[in-house]
Design a protein. Structure first.
Length: 130
């Protein structure tokens, strides 16, 4: 296959996948290719800069810093918040981030446990008496 033909096929597959939102298996059937070939063509389209992916990080989100801290300190997850000079707003934002983290983690734990046929039970809070 000539270079121009390869590039044309990569562009076609990339357009069907990213532009028309077809699944790789559907593209394979439509173009009489294997799904593995479609996958390789999509990877090559990225490598050849036919496809460029851009992530627009919202203001107040710090994914690079979070990933760096997690890697540096061997942590599973890190959440970085904007510093707020108003302590009450800072505490409110911190509480909201902690609540969101807890909700998403507990939902994921319950979902994966239910897929395995098990129920997730959380430890009961204990009361400290003085």
């Amino acid at each position: 296959m000539a270079r121009t033909d390869e590039l044309r096929l990569m562009a076609k597959v990339a357009n069907l996948y990213y532009g028309q939102k077809l699944r790789q298996t559907d593209i394979a059937a439509k173009l009489d290719l294997s799904q593995a070939t479609v996958s390789r063509l999509l990877k090559r389209a990225l490598d050849e800069n036919i496809v460029r992916i851009s992530v627009s990080t919202p203001l107040g989100c710090f994914p690079d810093l979070e990933s760096g801290l997690a890697a540096r300190y061997s942590l599973k997850e890190v959440i970085v918040l904007d510093a707020d000079p108003d302590e009450s707003r800072l505490l409110l934002n911190l509480g909201a981030a902690a609540a969101f983290y807890w909700r998403t983690r507990s939902r994921m734990a319950n979902t994966s446990a239910s897929r395995r046929g098990a129920r997730r039970s959380w430890p009961r809070p204990t009361r400290c008496s003085h």
